[in-house]
Design a protein around this ligand. Structure first.
Ligand SMILES: O=P(O)(O)OC[C@H]1O[C@H](OP(=O)(O)OP(=O)(O)O)[C@H](O)[C@@H]1O
Ligand SMILES: Nc1nc2[nH]cnc2c(=O)[nH]1
Ligand SMILES: [Mg+2]
Length: 183
C-alpha cells in the first residue's frame, strides 16, 4: 500500500520507499565492510522488523543466516509498557556466532537494551544492532547501536513494518500517524 492511500491518517510523510531503499543500501555497504568474509546471523525482531530484514538481507553481499525472535513491550498502545516479554525465542545456538540484531525502530530503547544483553548472555562472539529509525528518547538508555538509518523526531510513526494496532505495517513508506487516529 502507498502512503497516499492513507494520507488522511497521516500528518506527514517521513520517508518514501525510494529513500528507505537508498538508506538500506548504505547500511549494507557499512555492514559488508565490517563483516567481510564472515558469516553473520541476522536476528530479526518480529513483527516490526520484517520489512527491514527482507530488504537488508537481499541487499547484503554476504552469506548470512536468518533467525527471528518475537518480543513485545507495546501491546496495542503507543507507549512502551517497559516490560519486555519473549513471545517467540530463537531456534539458533548463538555460541561463537556474530549476531546482528535487525530492528525497525529504537524508541525508548527498552526493547533493544534488554535484547542485546539477553543475546550476549547466550555466548555469542559479538552482538551488534542495526535499526532503521531512532528517536531522541533512546539517548536516555545506554544501548550502543552500530548501524542507524535515520534519526527521527519524537512522533508515533507507521509504515514499512511499523504498526498502530496492527494496521499500516504494509505501507511502502513511513509517515507520522495523525493524533485523531489514536486519540
Ligand atoms: O525502543 P522501544 O521503546 O522498546 O520500542 C521499539 C520496539 O517497539 C516496537 O515493537 P512492538 O513491541 O510494538 O512490537 P511489533 O514489532 O510486533 O510491532 C518496534 O518494532 C520495536 O521493536
Ligand atoms: N508503530 C510504531 N511502533 C513503535 N514502537 C516504538 N515506537 C514506535 C513508533 O513510533 N511507531
Ligand atoms: Mg518490534
Amino acid at each position: 500500500m502507498e502512503l497516499s492511500d492513507v494520507s488522511a491518517d497521516l500528518t506527514e510523510v517521513l520517508f518514501t520507499e525510494e529513500q528507505i531503499h537508498a538508506k538500506i543500501a548504505e547500511l549494507c555497504r557499512a555492514i559488508e565492510a565490517d563483516y567481510a568474509g564472515e558469516r553473520v546471523l541476522l536476528v530479526g525482531v518480529l513483527r516490526g522488523a520484517v520489512m527491514v530484514m527482507a530488504d537488508l538481507a537481499r541487499e547484503l553481499k554476504l552469506h548470512i543466516d536468518m533467525d527471528w525472535m518475537a518480543v513485545s513491550s507495546y501491546g496495542a498502545g503507543t507507549q512502551s509498557s517497559g516490560v519486555v516479554r519473549i513471545l517467540k525465542d530463537l531456534d539458533s545456538d548463538l555460541h561463537g556466532r556474530k549476531v546482528l540484531i535487525v530492528e525497525d525502530i529504537i524508541d525508548s530503547g527498552l526493547t533493544l537494551s534488554w535484547l542485546k544483553k539477553n543475546l550476549q548472555a547466550r555466548g555469542a562472539e559479538s552482538v551488534e544492532i542495526c535499526a532503521l529509525l531512532r528517536k531522541p528518547e533512546a539517548a536516555k538508555v545506554q544501548v550502543d547501536v552500530k548501524y542507524i538509518g535515520f534519526e527521527i523526531p519524537n512522533a508515533f510513526v507507521v509504515g514499512y513494518g511499523l504498526d498502530y494496532a496492527e494496521k499500516y505495517r504494509n505501507l511502502r513508506g513511513i509517515g507520522v500517524l495523525a493524533p485523531h487516529i489514536y486519540a
